[in-house]
Design a protein around this ligand. Structure first.
Ligand code: GDP
Ligand code: GDP
Length: 435
C-alpha cells in the first residue's frame, strides 16, 4: 500500500499550492467535473522511486460548531485518523493565529503522525520560524515554500521516512482481474458483492491485514478466477444491528490503487452526488480499468430511466471509455454481464501492443488528421512504442512535440482506443523528443 499524506490547515495557508506541487496535478481535470468543489482532492505523488497518495482537505475551520463548516472539520478530522501522516500547514507570514492554536489543540489530542509545516517561508530565517512555531506544541516546525518549492522534497522524504519502501509494481501485478467495488454508502456495494459471491463458490475468504479494513475475496466464475476487494460488504453481513457505515475516502483510494479493474457503483434512486464525482475523479487519475454499475434499476419506469441516463451523460461523460451497466444487485439482474465487462476491461488494460502496430496506427491517425502547426513549425510524430500497461501507455517519439495541443492528444487517445478496441481502460499518451 502506498502511504497516504493528508494536508490540513486553515484556509489560505497554501494547502492547494502544496498539493499541486506534490501531485503536479492537472487542475483542469478537476475543474472539468461538474459539482466538484475544491473541498477535497486526491492525487498521486512520487519522490524518487517512492509513490504516495496526497489528500487535500477542505480546511479545518474549528471555530464553527454547527453547519457545513462543522461537517467539513469532521471530515478532515476523520481523514487525519485514516491517513498515515498529516501535514499541518501554517503561514510563516501571518504567524500563529487563533485558528491555528485551536487546530493544533485538536491535533495534539490525536497524538499521531503529524508534521508541522510552516509555509511561505521563502527568504526567511529558519531559526526565527522554528522558535516562533515551536509554541504550537507539535514538535519541530519545518519551513518550506510551496510556491517556490524550497525544502518541499526534504519534507516529503521526512514524511515518508517511517514507511517501508514498496517493491514497486512487480508484486502487484496479478494474472487475473482484481476488482475493487467502490461507491458511496448505500449505493448497494454489499448487496452486489453478496450477489456475485452467492452464485459462486468462495474459495478463499477474509484475508485480514491486507489493507485497512478492506476484505479480499477470491472466487471463480466460468473457469475464470477473480479477486474482489470489498470496501464495505461482508463486514456488514454478520452485524446484528445496522450501523451507518462511515464513508472512508482513504479505504476507497487504497482499494482502487490495489485493483486492476474498478467497479464504480452508483445509485439510480438518488442524484449523482459530489462524492460520486470525487470517486470518479480518483479512478480517472489512477488510470485503472473501469466498469460503471448503475444499481437499483429495478422498479423504475421508463421516464425515470431516461432522466437518469441523461444525468449520467451530463455529469459523468468524462468516463466515456467505460461500459455502463444498469443492474439490480438485489434481484441479481445484470450482475453476471458486469463480469463480462470486467474481463473485457481487464484484457484491454493488459494489452501488449507491438511497436510496428502502434507506429502504423500513429501514421494512420496523422494521415487522417495532422497535428496543427505550433508557431513556425508542425510537430512531427515519428513512431510509437508501448511504455506500460494498466493503463496502456503509448509513448510517441518525434520532434516539436511540445507544440502538440491537448485536443490533439485526446484525438490520438481515442484513435488508438478505437484502433485496438480497448474498451474499459483509459489510455495514456506521452511524448518523447528525439529518435
Ligand atoms: P489553501 O486555501 O490553504 O489551499 O491556500 P492556497 O494554496 O490557495 O494559497 C493561498 C495563497 O497563498 C495563494 O495566493 C498562494 O499563491 C499563496 N501561497 C501559497 N504558498 C505560498 C508560498 O510558499 N509563498 C508565498 N509567498 N505565497 C504562497
Ligand atoms: P452499501 O452501503 O453500498 O454497501 O449498500 P447496501 O448494499 O448496504 O445497500 C443499501 C440499501 O440499498 C439496502 O437497503 C439494500 O437492500 C438496497 N439495495 C441494494 N441494491 C439494490 C437494488 O438493486 N435495488 C433496490 N431496490 N435496492 C437495493
Amino acid at each position: 500500500m502506498k502511504p497516504t499524506l493528508v494536508l490540513v490547515g486553515r484556509p489560505n495557508v497554501g494547502k492547494s499550492t502544496l498539493f499541486n506541487r506534490l501531485t503536479r496535478s492537472r487542475d483542469a481535470l478537476v475543474a472539468d467535473i461538474p459539482g466538484l468543489t475544491r473541498d477535497r482532492r486526491y492525487g498521486h505523488g512520487r519522490i524518487g522511486d517512492r509513490p504516495y497518495l496526497v489528500m487535500d482537505t477542505g480546511g479545518l475551520e474549528p471555530v464553527a460548531s454547527t453547519g457545513i463548516m462543522h461537517a467539513m472539520a469532521q471530515q478532515s478530522l476523520q481523514a487525519i485518523d485514516e491517513a498515515d501522516k498529516a501535514l499541518f500547514i501554517v503561514d510563516a507570514r501571518q504567524g500563529i493565529t487563533a485558528q491555528d492554536k485551536i487546530i493544533a489543540e485538536q491535533l495534539r489530542k490525536k497524538d499521531r503522525n503529524i508534521l508541522l509545516v510552516v509555509n511561505k517561508a521563502e527568504g526567511m530565517v529558519d531559526d526565527v520560524i522554528t522558535a516562533e512555531f515551536f509554541e504550537l506544541g507539535l514538535g519541530k516546525p519545518h519551513a518550506i515554500s510551496a510556491l517556490h518549492g524550497d525544502h518541499v522534497n526534504e519534507l516529503v522524504a521526512l514524511a515518508l521516512a517511517d514507511f517501508p519502501v514498496l517493491e514497486e509494481e512487480a508484486g502487484q501485478i496479478s494474472k487475473h482481474p482484481k476488482i475493487a467495488i467502490v461507491g458511496r454508502p448505500n449505493v448497494g456495494k454489499s448487496t452486489l458483492v453478496n450477489t456475485l459471491l452467492g452464485e459462486e463458490r468462495v474459495i478463499a475468504f477474509d484475508q485480514p491485514g491486507t489493507t485497512r479494513d478492506s476484505i479480499y475475496i477470491d472466487f471463480e466464475h466460468d473457469g475464470i478466477q477473480y479477486t474482489l476487494i470489498d470496501t464495505a460488504g461482508l463486514r456488514k453481513r454478520g452485524k446484528v444491528k445496522e450501523t451507518v457505515e462511515k464513508f472512508s475516502a482513504i479505504k476507497t483510494l487504497q482499494a482502487i490503487e490495489d485493483a486492476n479493474v474498478v467497479v464504480l457503483v452508483l445509485d439510480a434512486r438518488s442524484e449523482i452526488a459530489e462524492q460520486d464525482a470525487h470517486i470518479a475523479d480518483f479512478i480517472l487519475q489512477s488510470g485503472k480499468a473501469l466498469v460503471v454499475a448503475i444499481n437499483k434499476w429495478d422498479g423504475l419506469d421508463q421516464y425515470q430511466r431516461e432522466c437518469i441516463k441523461h444525468e449520467l451523460a451530463r455529469k459523468l461523460g468524462f468516463l466515456n471509455f467505460a461500459k455502463l451497466h444498469f443492474i439490480s444487485a438485489l434481484k441479481g439482474t445484470g450482475t453476471l454481464r458486469l463480469l463480462v465487462s470486467v474481463n473485457q476491461a481487464y484484457a484491454a488494460a493488459m494489452t501488449d501492443l507491438s511497436t510496428p502496430q502502434l507506429t502504423r496506427a500513429l501514421h494512420a491517425a496523422v494521415e487522417k488528421h495532422a497535428p496543427p502547426r505550433g508557431g513556425m513549425s508542425r510537430p512531427k510524430l515519428r513512431y510509437a512504442h508501448q511504455g506500460g500497461t494498466n493503463p496502456p501507455i503509448v509513448v510517441i517519439h518525434g520532434s516539436m512535440l511540445e507544440h502538440v495541443p491537448d485536443t490533439y492528444r485526446r484525438y490520438l487517445e481515442n484513435f488508438f482506443r478505437e484502433a485496438f478496441k480497448l474498451t474499459g481502460t483509459p489510455l495514456r499518451i506521452t511524448f518523447k523528443a528525439g529518435h
